[in-house]
Design a protein around this ligand. Structure first.
Ligand code: PLP
Length: 371
């Protein structure tokens, strides 16, 4: 082994990298398929594409791409603050909300610290904890729903952050505002409570979590432009918290972390209410349709409040591979210790229909045929 590795942080040896949904271009190249015939329902992206208002704003911003971006993100932070009726000093921007998870690591985690998450929570919390040498306490989640009292009870004197994905990915389940109230009251103030609300805008009646940070400077809410706003490729998200926590996190980021095209697109997308309403409706109808079709086929699924559904297909990896060969990209769930399941993102009506046809074909094929 190269001696340089003796000096590397040894905990990286057990860091297992994130496995993203397969890009359409990769599948086309690897399997010799026409990219235009491939459907990707693998990463909970918006099937309607980006907000047209965001696209227009980005085209204009391109003309100024020779300037460094506004590192302070003034206009976008002001837009977010106005939308939620908070001050600009309560808002921080990240290259995706995932970068804010990393900021929390920079600010709070050292080797031998830990974070608390649910057993089937979004895996990025665990991966980024490992990046800082910290451990993850995974709390069992009966019915694939976060058990907040058990999570509070799991906190010990090395716990720095508790992550709650609400709704959670990949399970599509959520906890109520009353449950969150009890958790926030119970957790001591030196432990950060990170409420990851990437799918918040899909909820008809979302819990009010912005009420917490005034009295609880340890609470941060994470949101993103990647999902309902259809801007996953831009990599932009944000955090909302008490000004003291925001000030601390601002120190951990690079001066120009969020690029100018992303800032412009996100601000326009934030204001495109009609597009968000349309997305919400397409997702609601598509989810109802897919869940009804799973029931008809006696396929077990986890009723979802978000824009994706977990469905039990017996052998998730095999079904994933067979769907892939048909140009249908979904997600296998072995990374989440759910080997029987796949996760499918709700698409357009045409995409949902195509997914069911492909799934029916794959599930009726003989499992023993050659792969
Ligand atoms: C998709 C997703 C995010 C968003 O990540 P970005 O970095 O903003 O693209 C965050 N949390 C969860 C649980 C998600 O599923």
């Amino acid at each position: 082994m190269n001696q340089i590795f003796d000096n590397a942080n040894q905990w990286l040896n057990d860091l297992v990298s994130y496995v993203p949904g397969k890009p359409i271009e990769d599948v086309a190249r690897e399997l010799g398929l026409d990219p235009d015939k491939i459907v990707k329902l693998a990463s909970n992206e918006n099937p309607l594409g980006p907000s047209p208002m965001a696209v227009k704003a980005m085209q204009e911003a391109l003309q100024k791409a020779h300037y460094y971006p506004d590192g302070g993100g003034y206009h976008l932070r002001a837009g977010i603050a106005a939308k939620y009726g908070v001050g600009i000093d309560h808002v921080i921007l990240g290259t995706g909300s995932n970068e804010i998870i990393e900021f929390l690591g920079h600010a709070f985690l050292r080797p031998d610290d830990n974070i608390v998450t649910a057993e089937h929570a979004f895996v990025v919390y665990k991966i980024l904890a490992k990046l800082f040498g910290a451990e993850t306490i995974e709390v069992p989640d009966p019915n694939l729903t976060h058990d907040l009292p058990a999570m509070a009870a799991a906190i010990n004197d090395r716990t720095k952050i508790v992550y709650i994905a609400n709704p959670n990915n990949p399970t599509g389940t959520m906890v109520s505002e009353a449950e969150l109230d009890r958790l926030v009251d119970r957790v001591q103030r030196n432990v950060v409570i990170a409420l990851d609300e990437a799918y918040y805008e899909f909820l008809p009646d979302p819990p009010n979590t912005l009420k917490y940070f005034r009295n609880h400077p340890n609470v941060i809410v994470l949101r993103t432009f990647s999902k309902i706003q259809g801007l996953a490729g831009l990599r932009i998200g944000y955090g909302l918290a008490h000004e003291d926590l925001i000030r601390l996190l601002q120190k951990t980021r690079q001066p120009f972390n969020v690029n100018s095209i992303a800032q412009a697109g996100a601000l326009a997308g934030l204001r495109d209410d009609a597009y968000q309403a349309k997305t919400r409706e397409v997702v609601r109808q598509g989810r109802d349709f897919l869940q009804a079709e799973f029931r008809k086929r006696n396929l077990e699924y986890v009723p979802s409040v978000a824009n994706f559904i977990l469905v039990n297909v017996g052998n998730g990896k095999e079904v994933f591979q067979k769907l892939l060969r048909r140009g249908m990209i979904v997600r296998a769930m072995d990374e989440y210790k759910l080997p029987e399941w796949i996760r499918v993102t709700v698409g357009t009506p045409v995409q949902n229909q195509r997914f069911l046809e492909d799934l029916d074909q794959v599930l009726t094929e003989d499992y023993t045929d050659k792969t």
